[in-house]
Structures are given as C-alpha cells and as structure tokens.
Design a protein around this ligand. Sequence first.
Ligand SMILES: [Zn+2]
Length: 470
Amino acid sequence: MKLLVANGSVVTLDGVQEVDVLCEDGRIVALLERGLDVEVDETLDVAGQMVFPGFIDPHVHSRDPGMTEKEDFAHSTLGALVGGVTTIIEMPNAIPPVDSVEVFHQRRAQHEQVAWVDFGLWGISVGEGNIDELRPLIEAGVAAIKIFWGYALRRDTRQLVYNIDDEPVENLLMPPDNGVVLRVFREVAQAGGLLAAHCEDRDILTVSERALAHPVETYDDLLAARPDIAESTSIAVAAEFARATGCRFHVVHMASAKGVDTVRNAQTRGIGVTAETCPQYLTLTDEDYGRVGPMMKVYPPIRTAQDQESLWAAVADGTIVSIGSDHAPHTVEEKARGFATQPAGAVGCETFGPVMADALFRGKISVERFAEVMSTSTAKLYGLYPRKGVIRPGSDADLTIVDPRASRVVRNEDLVAKQPVSPWNGFSLTGLPTAVVLRGRVAMRNGAPVGEHRGQFVPARHAQVVTSSR
Ligand SMILES: [Zn+2]
C-alpha cells in the first residue's frame, strides 16, 4: 500500500517544508520534491493545509473496564481519531487498575479489539502494595508509571477514592506516605522508567476545604478549597525526590503559575522534572465560569488569566513539554448535579486537536512548539520516539492534516463521546484537523472515520534504552 500526501506544508524537524510525503506499508519512506510523478495506490491532496506528525494525547481516562457507563475505549479512541489524534496513552485507573503485568497484558489485548487509534498504556503505583511490579511493568512497555499521590483506594475494587471522609476506613487502602513515595521514585529510577503524578498536596486541600466552613458552592469557593500552593508544594517535594533518586518525574495537568515557577526552578538546577498542561488550562479561566458553568469543574481547577498567561509562557520556553487532554468523562446525569456534588473531570480527547489548532492560528504558539507539545516531545517523553512523533523516513506514517481555514462550532450533540458534554460547547474554533493518516492509511476525513478500526498497542522503550547503555 503506497500513499502520497501531496501539496501540503509539512512540519518536519527542520521546519515547515513544501514537500510530498510518501508512505509505504505503514511507514514514511520519503519526503519528495513537490509534483514528482510517483506511482502510488492513493493520493491525498492537502493543498493549502498543514501536515503535522500525528497528534499524541498522553492523558486519557477511558473508564474501561469497570466504569463503562461513563465512557469506553471504542468511544474515546474514535473521539481521538475524529479530533485528529493518532496515538493516545491510556491512564491506568480503570477497574482493576494496571498494577501488575498480568492486568497490563489483559488490558492491552482487550483494548486492541476496539481501538480506533494506536495506544500506549500507563501503569499505576499504589505504594507498597505493588512496588515489586513496577520494574516488570516498565520492562513490559508501559509508557509511564502514575502514582496517585494522596489518594486512597477502595480495598475491594482498588478504585480511587477522591474523598477519604466519605468512606469507612476499613474499606480503604490508605494513601502511601512520603517515605513510601520516595521508595517508589527510587524503584522507577532503577528500572529506567518515567514517574508522574497528579500534584496537589492532600493535607493542604483538606485544611483549605475545612477552612471554607461550608460546602463548595461558587467557583471562588472551589479555588479557595484547592489553592495553587497545594500544586506547587507537591511539585517541590517531587523535585526533591527526583533529585535524590535520579528518577525522571513528570507533572501531569499543571494548572498554576506557582506550579510553573516550581518546575522551572527545578529544571534550572538540573533536576529531571517535566510538565504537562491541558487545553482547558490554556483556553479557559475562572472568568469563563459564567458562560461555561459546572462543565468546567476539573481537578486541579482552572485558575485565573494570570495563571493561563504563565502556562503559555511555559509552553513557549519548554518548561512544559507536552499537552494532554485529561479526558475524564462522567455521565450526563452526574455532571448535571450541583456544582458541589458533581464529580470533577471533563470530556476532552475529541476537542484536544481542534481547540489547540485554534490556539495555534490565534497566534498563541509557534508552529514548531505546537508540533513539539502535540507530538514530538510527547513521543520522546513516553518512549515512543522515533517510531511516533516525527515526519521522517522510517517512522510510522502517522499524520494529522490541519486546515487553517476550516472552522466549526463545538456542539455537544455532534460529539462521539459516550457522554457528550464538553466545556467548549458553543465555542467557535478556526483551524481544524481535517484528515488523519494512521500507519500509512487514511483513517479520518472531515471528522468521520474511514474504514474499520485498526489501532494497535505501541510499547514504550524506556527499559531497553537503559539496558543498552549499561
Ligand atoms: Zn487525569
């Protein structure tokens, strides 16, 4: 199967080039001078459009198995595909969580039955409970290990418990203390893996929420109950653990200016800390609550315009290396509950590409940085590079075609998510992913899938790198 992606502006490591991309048997085989006469099975004419390395969304909670009333892997990967994504990395906290190699192999086989895009898998650290499984998970090819720092687990299902006070203590496995967390850092470092966490200090959240003296009712209450110092404190501790152990540590969904400062300080001192942020933190602020409403309840919370400005600066200067959707769906009924009692989390993998492309064409980010944080440096971070994340001969032919002129209004009723409620409902976006090439075949055109689902698991290659350098 030979495919020529013709007449596009192609974003390569050497900048934007006016070349044609020749793909054969799933790989990129050449970047050709435009207009060369080559014999192919299919030509995709993308005149006037930009060709990016396929977008990678490293932060997806598909709720599958165990909570498939909220979402499932077929829906989340279809949403990713129609939004321009070619690879997702699935978070480990379904039921059961990916806490052992056994669950990892089950999850991989199960997801391969229904995947619309390629996927990697996260593994989970539950503290002492699975510390001996971390190395085998990393060697089996998990993209990273996520530690749910400060969260308890339900004893029977090992499901995360967000509010410890809501549950009888005998039903819980309590959160690992920092002594154990330091051991986890050491273990992941020795196995050559990447460790990541939701960084909000549990004790600061608990005390701040109690200090409110009433339930969270308004958006200001939410910000008071989850102050930015909870994020920066947690990052500062993680940076010390990373320094002590040499573990590579990644802050997921960073949301505050204080968080940015803390990561940047650590990086300046040569500590291996990186960060991710999400489209919701880059395009919404507390001032949007009146318009968007409770659908923008996410943890950590979306903060002020000043925080947003600082996050964009961090994207530009490389403090933030990767953007993920944090696709974290709940049912329409759950999200319709009052602000105080509805669960935090928003549908996002389908709007990830379009919302970020809109930001690109609004001039919020350069084309080069856009390609980095949406694909190239994400692939490097999670051990998928150079198979993924780059347009050059030998790499998988994963391409996201973006039309700067195309526009649409996001409508809940148009979403493919199982529970179609988006914080961007009603937003008008310009600059849309109009086609996707997945391993050499057109997989999406104009927001609709082409052909059958054929997503595959992609193992990360962290452990191999370490082994070969010994
Ligand atoms: Zn998440």
